[in-house]
Design a protein. Sequence first.
Length: 393
Amino acid sequence: MAKITKTGEQLNVPNQVTVPFIEGDGVGAEITPVCQQVVDAAVEKAYGSTRKIEWMEVLAGGKAHTQTGEWLPQATLDAFSEYLVGIKGPLMTPVGGGIRSLNVTLRQTLDLYVCQRPVRYFNGIVSPVKHPELVDMCIFRENTEDIYAGIEWESGSAEARKFFSFLSEEMGVTKVRFPETSGFGVKPVSKEGSERLIRSAIDYALAHNLKTVTLVHKGNIMKFTEGGFKKWGYELAEREYADELKSGQLVVNDCICDAFLQNALLKPEAYKVIATLNLNGDYVSDMLAAQVGGIGIAPGANINYQTGHAIFEATHGIAPDIAGQNKVNPSSLILSAVMMLDYMGWNEAAQLITDAMEKLFTQGLATADLARFMNNGQSLGTQEFGAQLVKQL
């Protein structure tokens, strides 16, 4: 088997390719093998024996801690760095000091600055909104700055007192109402970080013939962070995409985040590609997922388009309350694998999985979280749903 490489703008994917994967904690042990079975069947259906994925397990989370004493071994980081493209199940957050979040550590270590979350409706899914079929967007959420920088100090700590002293004595800040009991956080937003995120969103829109890119922000209040994001986005578009703007091939606009959350319910058809900062993107992507069936069928990816590194992942948590019960919906991870196949250029296999999943939903075949709302819903276990997908292929 061979590794994926990148030459300039070109991702080079061998026909027989090794893909590192993290099984994941909790329900990860159930959804990961099902996902791999579905992907392998789709690749074989699309390409016969000419293309194949060799799955290479690497460790993180509880399984890694049990076997190695580490939550995120260096060997795992090295594997994702070396092989460029990988996939992972959900990971637990370690209790106590040290690593705050394994997911965040992976993203920051590999500089995966785009959190990409496509949201679309599948026929057969029951939604809480009247016209979920109008929701068809792709969110580009900045993945390394804003709140994900993790710069904060606990209320009452020596660091919080020191930080407040700096604010009040050096910077002349007088607006901290209760300084003795305040926790503090710093929100870094850079021009470079904003530009590379927005550039990726625009390039994606142009590559997929999607006309509109919307900058979602809270720049009316946070004028130099969120407002900077908006300002730099417009400047980038005018500087690097002047011809596309002039021809009408591209439209770049913006929307304040709270207004966007309303508009996404009232007129979702007005939006196609969203570029936004981290916290906004967290809210926006989960809200949109709820409109089309929930986070159980919401895929996600963390990508560095400059280096080619990408980790595709289930967007839900480890769900310990249902782990080991053959109940969990594997669709989030499977659809993330669809994103991975598209990223690799194996679009035919990706489309086979998407079509097969929609056919199952249309027939009322789904796991319990979705089937219970369908008029003709037939609840399937995790393994049984995967088997039906393979059969449909």
